[in-house]
Design a protein around this ligand. Sequence first.
Ligand code: FNR
Length: 191
Amino acid sequence: MSTDTVTIAAFAGSLRKGSFNRMLLHNAVTLAPSDVRIAPIDIDDVPLFNADIESPPPPAVARMRDTIRNADALLVVTPEYNYSMSGPTKNALDWASRPSDDSCLNDKPVGLAGCSTGRFGAARAKLALLPVFVFNSMHVLDDPMVHVARANTKFNAQGELIDDEIKAEMRELLAALAAFARRLGKGKTAP
Ligand code: FNR
């Protein structure tokens, strides 16, 4: 008997310890369907992109690229800063996109989620990400995306999601991203 397991690499684009986007990512690990494995990426030690230090890549960058390359899909969980993605989100994607002739983003299915304390749940950040995904020849899952508005009211003190609707949306997103990856021939068969 074999299981068709899909691995989704995922990072949250906030460096703040109490980040709601980090909380959402941690919740995704437990909300994932049994045939989906989340491989969280820690971007805390990813430096600001600088072509002078590209080769060899900083260790945190090498680890991030390996995790994305070995995964069947990528989930980006981003805050919204000034109607766009956060700097850490863009910086992580800039590093991941290099070298351009061997990018770990190329041909990768990608899904989106985001938290903001505002009314629109980082929806504008996600719109700003679309050209980045297109430039990198990624396959964007445009529906569903998860937009967590008023994120400061959606988690308890332990960082657990306390909103059943958002939990259901996250489960739906992870299942849809896995199905999308499988349709693109990315699912791996594990013994
Ligand atoms: C914000 N925030 C914000 N929120 C929003 O809904 N739209 C926006 O354009 C912005 N812009 C913005 C810029 C900057 C520089 C900061 C620091 C914050 C508020 C943001 O949603 C809130 O701080 C979130 O809590 C950030 O995500 P993390 O760090 O909790 O994951």
